[in-house]
Design a binder for this molecule. Structure first.
Ligand SMILES: [Cu+2]
Length: 189
């Protein structure tokens, strides 16, 4: 059977395209360092968060040199705590849950991004190398006040950083960012 030269050319070109598409998918899955948020954060009773370790007093806990844990409760229409302060050069594991409806949690300008589902704990680890201000926003429509549901994350020079006391308030706020964080756990919702 004779195959025309142009036919061969187009066959070859479409084969190349297919190989190219598969390569980008494989790279995105394993090469880009993106980690999906899974169920390893565990489960909680959303109506018992006041009696749940970590979420009864949300905020920052130091767990090792340069390592911090941050518990965050999302609710209509705020995050608690309203402001999170962390030192630069730190590895931070966020534990985020909701006490009412589905919310979102995104550190703006980074790939730290997850859904927040009542009863589930979203766990994601982020490295903050440089000082900066980041907005934390809810990106899942959660009701009439959704547009105002935001808080801020201040990454400070380690020499200026002192642990916040435990009397954090529920305030909203918007931060801007010069994104330098890289998340080792994150998901696009
Ligand atoms: Cu929300």
């Amino acid at each position: 059977m004779h195959v025309h030269d142009y036919e061969k050319l187009w066959l070859g070109a479409s084969l190349l395209l297919i190989v190219g598409f598969i390569s980008t998918i494989v790279y995105g899955a394993v090469g880009a360092g993106v980690v999906m948020v899974n169920d390893e954060g565990g489960q909680v009773n959303p109506s018992e968060l006041g009696n749940t370790t970590g979420f009864d007093d949300p905020g920052v806990t130091k767990v090792g040199p340069g390592e911090y844990e941050v518990h965050i409760v999302a609710m209509q229409f705020a995050f608690r705590p309203g402001t999170v302060e962390l030192p630069a050069n730190s590895t931070v594991t966020f534990y985020v849950t909701s006490r009412d409806v589905v919310h979102g949690f995104q550190v703006v300008g980074t790939n730290a991004n997850t859904m927040v589902i009542p009863g589930e704990v979203s766990k994601l680890t982020v490295e903050f190398d440089d000082p900066g201000e980041y907005g934390i926003v809810c990106h899942e429509y959660c009701g009439s006040g959704h547009h105002g549901m935001a808080s801020e994350l201040l990454v400070k020079e380690p020499s200026n950083f002192t642990m916040q006391d435990d009397t954090q308030t529920q305030t909203g706020g918007n931060g801007t960012t010069n994104a330098t964080a890289t998340a080792t756990g994150g998901e696009s919702a």
